[in-house]
Design a protein around this ligand. Structure first.
Ligand SMILES: Nc1ncnc2c1ncn2[C@@H]1O[C@H](COP(=O)(O)OP(=O)(O)OP(=O)(O)O)[C@@H](O)[C@H]1O
Ligand SMILES: [Mg+2]
Length: 254
């Protein structure tokens, strides 16, 4: 079977400064990948090369076997849903209109978009009445759910999420993360999610890719990475949730 996403020596430089070193990455269909690493590591840049929001300086991205350079914008938008870092809903549009952005671009008729919007609100567990509200009149968690609904509107096979649960309280965060994993399984998606939260990456993802300084420094299953890594930076990162859990047990007197 053709892999969902292939990066072949993909690099990016801005004004001659490399922010993404030549990177190879193969993501099979159906995999849930967490992309982790410090601020400025190149996570968003890598994610955006996948759907053409960033044009690589070198190398090639292939989606279902087709080089993205050969695919037009609408085709990429249809195949790949994108949830932006800091949500990125249009404030002047209603929730329904936000969810309908890609279908509108793709020329769907109004009735079809309205029906799909209702279906998507159900899918992300939001009341349908929210369709007529503006993003400013929602809670942060509800806004993130709208962002996910919008990304899924045109039934993409690939879902990219850039820190979709940042800035949420931990209860909302866990509920939303569980729902995203459920959607991934239910819709047979291939998912790449950027997160700062290692525990979240471990709990949700099939595979964790760690970046630093514009390159991939580790790439393995959560279990394998938790078992130890030669690179001290990776080791420190992966041990953080374990140290936290141990400390919690200690405080709880267990
Ligand atoms: N349009 C741009 N022009 C110039 N430099 C850029 C541009 N976009 C990103 N960079 C630089 O590329 C590097 C990687 O940025 P990127 O946004 O990919 O990091 P990140 O890993 O997503 O970080 P964060 O966790 O803070 O979101 C940073 O040094 C950033 O300043
Ligand atoms: Mg980023």
């Amino acid at each position: 079977m053709t892999d969902a996403i292939v990066l072949d020596q993909v690099s990016k430089a801005y004004d001659g400064v490399a922010v993404l070193q030549p990177t190879d990455l193969v993501i099979p269909r159906g995999q849930f990948v967490a992309l982790v690493g410090g601020s400025g590591a190149g996570k968003t840049t890598l994610l955006k090369t996948l759907n053409g929001l960033v044009t690589p300086t070198g190398g090639q991205v292939r989606i279902d076997g087709a080089p993205t350079a050969d695919l037009d914008g609408p085709t990429l938008r249809r195949r790949i849903g994108y949830v932006f870092q800091e949500v990125g809903l249009f404030p002047h549009l209603t929730v329904g209109e936000n969810i309908g952005v890609v279908p509108t671009l793709l020329g769907w008729d109004a009735a079809k978009i309205t029906a799909r919007t209702a279906e998507l609100l159900d899918l992300v567990a939001l009341p349908r009445e929210l369709a007529t509200r503006r993003p400013a009149n929602l809670s942060g968690g509800q806004r993130q759910r709208v962002g996910v609904a919008r990304a899924l509107a045109a039934r993409p096979s690939i879902l990219l999420m850039d820190e979709p649960f940042g800035a949420l309280d931990s209860v909302t965060r866990v509920a939303l993360a569980d729902d995203v994993r459920r959607l991934h399984d239910q819709l047979s998606l291939t998912t790449v999610m950027v997160t700062h939260d290692i525990a979240e990456a471990v709990l949700l993802a099939d595979r964790i890719v760690v970046m630093a300084g514009g390159r991939v420094i580790a790439d393995n299953t959560p279990r394998a990475l938790l078992a130890g890594h030669a690179d001290p930076a990776v080791e420190a990162l992966m041990q953080a949730p374990r140290r936290q859990a141990a400390r919690m047990r200690e405080i709880a007197g267990e």
